[in-house]
Ligand binder design. Structure first.
Ligand SMILES: NC(=O)c1ccc[n+]([C@@H]2O[C@H](COP(=O)([O-])OP(=O)(O)OC[C@H]3O[C@@H](n4cnc5c(N)ncnc54)[C@H](OP(=O)(O)O)[C@@H]3O)[C@@H](O)[C@H]2O)c1
Length: 252
């Protein structure tokens, strides 16, 4: 693969599994130095070792992005230790499904804290760095990719609060896109459909049982990583604003 991201630095949140891990690996293969943020250090170390074995640069950032100080520190450490920040992939997320009636309030809080506040904390600290990267970087453009979901376009019975968080990510992304377009900081929204990752496994057993047959065909994390790689490697004058990606057989 052509190293079109050479000289740039990308921070990926939720890099310890699924879409985040696959994205970090692809961006590293395209030449970016990658900062890997999540709570499970062992998984990040494993991914970093793989990146380094292929000649890349990786920085492990063990952090909980729902804690504002840890999210800010992850962004600042990326800029300090890798020298700059050209690309932020706001990917960390959690999906806890089931009927709203009787749902544990803690699950709603967890989704809002990670999918909304965690993303905002990272975005807030990253913005000055991204603006600087667009002004003086090797590619003269910077990227924030926010990972939403099909649920950020269509709410369904049983996914109300997850959809709420992802609709919010869409609204924030579009507003920020308009604000930063003239400064060559591109803000993109990626909306995956069913993808084989650990995401659903965090649901309660009774919810898992009820959604077992809901998901048919699934994409691989690499399919979404491929889309994110496409977005951030466009020439400076091209911005992919939004990408909705489903497995071919997924109807809704
Ligand atoms: N899989 C799908 O079908 C699908 C569909 C649509 C959208 N998405 C979205 O894709 C994104 C990635 O999900 P995935 O499918 O790849 O699921 P996943 O395998 O469960 O990955 C989630 C990632 O988020 C990290 N994370 C969780 N809590 C965190 C916290 N407090 N601080 C930092 N990192 C945290 C996890 O790492 P640690 O546990 O190590 O912290 C993990 O790396 C999510 O935003 C999800 O909503 C997925």
């Amino acid at each position: 693969m052509k190293p079109v991201l050479e000289g740039t630095v990308a921070l990926v949140t939720g890099a310890s599994s699924g879409i985040g891990a696959a994205t970090a690996a692809v961006l590293a293969d395209r030449g970016a130095a990658v900062a890997l943020a999540a709570r499970r250090r062992d998984r990040l170390e494993e991914l970093a070792a793989g990146v380094r074995s292929r000649g890349g640069t990786a920085l492990v950032l063990e952090c909980d992005v729902t804690k504002q100080d840890q999210a800010a520190a992850a962004v600042e450490r990326t800029a300090t230790e890798l020298g700059r920040l050209d690309t932020l992939v706001n990917n960390a997320g959690v999906m806890l499904l089931g009927p709203a009636a009787g749902a544990p309030l803690a699950e709603w809080q967890e989704m809002v804290e990670l999918n909304v506040l965690g993303l905002l904390y990272c975005a807030h600290t990253a913005l000055p760095h991204l603006r600087r990267a667009a002004a003086d970087g090797p590619r003269q453009v910077a990227d924030m990719v926010n990972v939403s979901s099909v649920a950020g376009r269509f709410a369904r019975s049983g996914n109300g609060v997850y959809a709420l968080t992802k609709f919010g990510v869409g609204a924030f992304s579009e507003s920020l896109r308009q604000e930063l377009a003239g400064q060559y900081v591109r803000v993109s929204l990626v909306e995956p459909g069913a993808t084989a990752t650990e995401l659903a496994s965090h649901n309660r057993p009774e919810v898992l049982e009820s959604i077992r047959n809901q998901f048919g065909q699934r994409m691989d994390a690499g399919d979404i990583a491929d889309a994110i790689s496409y977005i951030v490697t466009r020439p400076r004058h091209v911005a992919v604003n939004e990408m909705l990606i489903r497995p071919t057989e997924q109807q809704r």
